[in-house]
Each structure stands twice: as structure tokens, then as C-alpha cells.
Design a protein around this ligand. Structure first.
Ligand code: UD1
Length: 340
């Protein structure tokens, strides 16, 4: 039986991936410092799966605590989600972001190496492509460090670079870099979902909070982009599809592929206005919105070429935009105040 260490397993993508892992028969050990998540997630995961999750409330900055966990548990592979991820905050406190995301990852990698666990799935982001020259975006597009406008995005590039160098030096590592497009939706039980602290930065949780009456009106950041309706186009992917992509990646690592890189997206783009319309359909309410200034650092259009993941992992997103909005709404309406 494989034991998977999931860092950041109480977060949005981490919790959904933990459910998929348990359902696929893996044992899961979660490490989370709960800085942006709640321990209640674990009860919900156990309710959905009727299985236990081992939990350590620890910080990856604490190398000793990490090593103690490795001594207690027989870990076979690691899925590494734990990170700070708010773009605008990362511009205000870059050092905190670099320390947390980079140092935390270095501690994790050192502990893995020391314990001879060299199988890793890393939670990367389509943000590493910066402003792509064309769409859809394939994995062989250049990493566009110069067009990534924020420290959060840079930490993803730096960690990818580190992992490529580590693999070059020691090819006994097996590493999957998964570049996520825009994960939204929630588990269809409505028990777990996205639960950002404070005012959401991302579109979907913002729209959901307007629908539930907690926020007044969606600010649409710009309607003069080079897109069919002028608003930004993104590749939204259901978080449960994304979670299943991690199971496929783990299966791939068992075949000793070395370092592999995959886009996890659907290949279809939706505009901000289309998302608002689809969410209105799902919740049966009008969502008030107004056109606002462009947000600094945003690009016109971003969507994946998902072919490589389909061919090499057998991964294909199955859940469409209706399901993404319905599930997000079920989670939001059942838990208007999140996990409390
Ligand atoms: C953002 C981050 C990206 C990160 C990803 C996942 C930026 C510039 N990029 O991607 O690095 O990996 O989240 O966390 O923040 N929008 C509105 N009103 C809102 C919020 C968003 O109109 O209140 C628009 C945006 O302009 C964009 C689209 O909705 O066109 C999606 O935005 P968002 O959900 O923040 O995701 P990204 O910007 O694609």
C-alpha cells in the first residue's frame, strides 16, 4: 500500500486531491500549517470517503518536524501543494513569499533526499508561461520569467528550475511538474470547496460570494481585452478533474519516467462575462457586476493545449462549465461562512 505525503492537504486543491487519493486506495498523510485553511476540512474528507487521514499540523519551514514525520511514516511519494499564493500580497511582502515557498520546498526536498524518497508531484501553475505568444499553450512554450509580473509566479518558476537541476544531477528522482490552469468548482457533495480568507482575489470565489449576498457586485477587470467580448478568457478546470490528474501523475511516476511536465487544463476558454452567466444559471439569481479598471499583470487569453496529458497520462477533464458552477454553488450555499 502506498503512503502519500500531501503538503498543504487542507487547502482547496490539496483537500480534493486527498479525497481522490483515498478513493483510489492510497493512504494519505497530510502536513499543513493551517495558515490559509481549516482543520475542519479533515472531518469533511473523512465524511466523504469514510477513511482516515493522518494529519500533522506543521510548517515546512521547520525542517526538524518534517524529518520527524519521515522517521515515523513510511512515505512512498509526495504531492507538494503547500505555498502562499495571493498574487497581490506577494508584491507587498515578497520576502515572506520567497522564504515560505522556496525555503519550505528546499526543506522538503532535503528531507526527501535524506530518506531516499525521490518521487514528487509538484503543484505548478500556468502562470509560469507569463504572457504567451499564442494560445493554446503547450508544455514546450518558453517559461517567460520576464513577463511574470509577481513574486508568487516567480516562486513557481524558481521551484521548477530547482527541480530540473536536481533531476539533472540525480536521475533516480521521478518528478511530475503539473501546471494548473484555473481550478474552480467543488466536490459534488458540497462538503469541501474553496474557502479563501477575506475578500477573494480570484474570479469564481468572488462571484460565489456575490451570489450568496456577502459581497455586493463583481468587478469585471477590463472589457477592452483582445477577446470576443473584451473580458479576460481563461481555461477553468473542475477541481475534481484536477485532483484526478494527480492520481494519473502518481501512476506515471511509478513507471520511472524521470522529470515530466504536464498542463492540466481543459483546452477551452471562457470569458469573465461567460462565467458570470453560467454562474447565474447555476444559482438561479442575477449576479450584479460592473466594468472596472484592468488588473495589473492580467493577460487577454490563456488556455491549455491538454493533448500531452491526454496522450501520456490518459488524463482528460470530464466536467464541463455547468458542473463547475453547480458544484461551486452547492458548496457556497451549503457553507456560506466556509468551514465553521
Ligand atoms: C490568478 C493568478 C495566477 C494564479 C491563479 C490561481 C493573477 C494575475 N494571476 O490567475 O498567477 O496561478 O490565479 O490562483 O492574479 N477577474 C475579474 N474580477 C475579479 C477577479 C478576476 O474580472 O474579481 C478576471 C481577471 O481579470 C481574469 C479572470 O477573471 O481575466 C480570472 O482571474 P483569476 O480568477 O484571478 O485568475 P487568473 O488571473 O487567471
Amino acid at each position: 500500500m502506498s503512503n502519500i505525503l500531501v503538503t498543504g492537504g487542507c487547502g482547496f486543491i490539496g483537500s480534493h486531491t486527498t479525497v481522490s487519493l483515498l478513493e483510489a486506495g492510497y493512504n494519505v498523510i497530510v502536513i499543513d500549517n493551517l495558515v490559509n485553511s481549516s482543520k475542519k476540512v479533515l472531518e469533511r474528507i473523512e465524511k466523504i470517503t469514510k477513511k482516515n487521514v493522518k494529519f500533522y499540523q506543521e510548517d515546512l519551514l521547520d525542517g526538524k518536524a518534517l524529518n520527524d514525520i519521515y522517521e515515523k511514516e513510511e512515505i512512498t511519494s509526495v504531492i507538494h501543494f503547500a505555498a502562499l499564493k495571493a498574487v497581490s500580497e506577494s508584491c507587498e511582502i515578497p520576502l515572506v513569499y520567497f522564504n515560505n515557498n522556496i525555503t519550505g520546498t528546499i526543506n522538503l526536498l532535503k528531507t526527501m533526499e535524506r530518506n531516499n524518497v525521490k518521487s514528487l508531484v509538484f503543484s505548478s501553475s500556468a502562470t509560469v508561461y507569463g504572457k504567451p505568444a499564442t494560445v493554446p499553450i503547450s508544455e514546450d512554450f518558453p517559461i517567460a520569467a520576464l513577463t511574470v509580473s509577481n513574486p508568487y509566479g516567480r516562486t513557481k518558476i524558481m521551484i521548477e528550475d530547482m527541480l530540473r537541476d536536481i533531476y539533472k544531477a540525480d536521475s533516480t528522482w521521478n518528478i511530475a511538474l503539473l501546471r494548473y490552469f484555473n481550478p474552480i468548482g467543488a466536490h459534488e457533495s458540497g462538503e469541501i470547496g474553496e474557502n479563501p480568507n477575506g475578500i477573494p482575489n480570484n474570479l469564481l470565489p468572488y462571484v460565489a460570494k456575490v451570489a450568496v449576498g456577502e459581497l455586493e457586485c463583481v468587478n469585471v477587470y477590463g472589457d477592452d481585452y483582445d477577446t470576443p467580448d473584451g473580458t479576460g478568457v481563461r481555461d477553468y478546470i473542475h477541481v475534481v478533474d484536477l485532483a484526478e490528474g494527480h492520481i494519473k501523475a502518481l501512476e506515471k511516476l511509478k513507471t520511472n519516467p524521470g522529470l515530466v511536465t504536464y498542463n492540466l487544463g481543459t483546452g477551452t476558454g471562457y470569458s469573465v462575462l461567460e462565467i458570470i452567466k453560467n454562474f447565474e444559471k447555476a444559482c438561479g439569481k442575477k449576479i450584479p457586476y460592473k466594468i472596472a479598471e484592468r488588473r495589473k499583470g492580467d493577460i487577454d487569453t490563456c488556455y491549455a493545449n491538454p493533448e500531452k496529458a491526454r496522450l501520456e497520462l490518459g488524463f482528460e477533464a470530464k466536467r464541463g462549465i455547468d458542473k463547475m458552477c453547480e458544484d461551486a454553488w452547492r458548496w457556497q450555499s451549503k457553507n456560506p461562512k466556509g468551514y465553521c
